[in-house]
Design a protein around this ligand. Sequence first.
Ligand code: GAL
Length: 642
Amino acid sequence: MKLGCCYFPEHWPEEMWVEDARRMRAIGLSLVRIGEFAWSRIEPEPGHFDWEWLDRAIDALHAEGLQVILCTPTATPPKWLVDRMPDMIAIDQHGRPRGFGSRRHYCFSHQGFRTESRRITTALAERYGHHPAITAWQTDNEYGCHDTVLSFSRAAAGGFRRWLAQRYESIDTLNTAWGNVFWSMEYRLFDEIDPPNLTVTEANPAHWLDYRRFASSEVASFNREQVEILRARSPGRDITHNFMGFFAEFDHHDVGRDLDIATWDSYPLGFLEQFWFSDDEKHAYLRQGHPDIAAFHHDLYRGCSNGRWGVMEQQPGPVNWARFNPAPLPGMVALWTLEAFAHGAEFTSYFRWRQAPFAQEQMHAGLLRPDGSEAEATDEVRLAARVIEQLGPQDAVQAPVALVFSYEAAWICGIQPQGESFRYLELAYEWYSALRRQGLDVDIVEFGASLDGYGAIFIPSVPIAHEAQVESLKSASRPILIGPRSGSKTDGFCIPEGLAPGPLRDLIPVTVTRVESLRDGEIEAGDGWSISRWREDVTSDLDPEFALSDGRGVVYRQGNVRYCAAWPDRKLLDLMVMRIADEAGMDITPLPDGLRLRRTASHIFAFNYRSEPADTAPLGLGEPLVGDSTIAPAGFAVWARA
Ligand code: GAL
């Protein structure tokens, strides 16, 4: 695994570039990402390119032996472009323009901006496509950041109508599929259909789902246009995009198919603060992040691009964008780096090299402070570089468990939550976390991907169970756990014939006759465990495997297949994981809070996310090769595998 950083030569006087490059090498970095926001410097006037500074910046980095990941700058269209083409601005759900003055203000569907995106990408690729320093390209920056996947512009409306006409061919087919007879929503022409925002009350969920599918395909096709240009003009270089954390607004599997390597931006402390974690967890893991945040995304994005992935931006200190922005515990930056290594990352690149003294992110730490002195993380990068060198390249092994993840599932649960706290991403994360608490490695895979070789398959929820996907499950003989709401909708967002779980009844004979959602804090108790948020009434000839104290069934099992008809608490999840692991003949290692394991072909890694030491002696691994068997807070240890 290489180490690198995100660098903005345009932020610093040219005299600093050579010395910056020298210092990057000296601390163990070999990669540097540049250019993602530099459009106004590359093309200061329409059609007038200023390449010389970028030539010199790339040469300065190259002279030190650094490999460069060059980005297309389309996340920040310059002011002159917006003024020439004001309708390229995205429109938010309330009909308001997303004005110039920060970033990501463009609409994915605007054909004029698409032309501009291809033009600037072509210009960059022609200039640097064969440059020996360029090892990879990054398209744009964080598609969807700041809530920018959906736009409700005229361009988007036009694109949506064309997309619908292609999908449904006749307007009657669409009216039937969406159930538009309800509330007299029938259309006569595709041209009559608007985006689903600004309706008096909720729009038809089928309308929303298709809008989300359309918007997701717009992101994918925007990306594909850049990829095709870069491939043709810069042969032999990898193409990537940097995805975000806990973000499911477009189908990353779809975008990932066009990339050589998926990357993501890892900000565990910001994510802990901004997402659903309880106050207790936010307190316990304030300076570490919850122990599964980084790993969940490593495993998710490994499944988005044929197993090749990396960390494009790694938090090196406090960030600036969460409600509260604590500093990591000493050791965490090295821990996060080694954890990415253990999960098979090809590189980890820190955001950013030097903290900016100006503009929006001046409160965001870098490896250096604004005055050029080394910030706290820099020594940890040196340490991580030494350990990576010592351990040598790691070969990946297939994990024993597959967790099936679906972006469409996230959209459906968001469009029609039915209970406010039914959050698909959280459900998937909780199931993942349960597997990791038992020391299991996990591959997160797309629904429909091959499930060969896995000892067990966990499907937190898949509201639309497409037929081909159900087929892939039928052939699996290993334990399968299917979660609530699965098979509860048709492709057109309607209740399936014969009720939920629709086509999944071919795997297990259960019928969901009613669902209820519960207020936060309400629980229904079983034997030492409970369920909350969501519960389904099930009729079946099967006796429940787990039932509530009053006898109502929660988990049903037939052969290798189980259906869980509720939002399980951690205890019930643990029980199910242990039972399934036993049936599958998989070894588990129940772990104390905050300790996590990860195996490669040659090594076992342990990571201590606790703020107290963790004793690994009970795990029976013996003396570690790296670190101590009692792992310090925010520390790690590594063993050679027998
Ligand atoms: C990322 C983004 C970077 C920077 C960083 C700050 O979301 O890609 O450009 O803004 O966050 O944490």
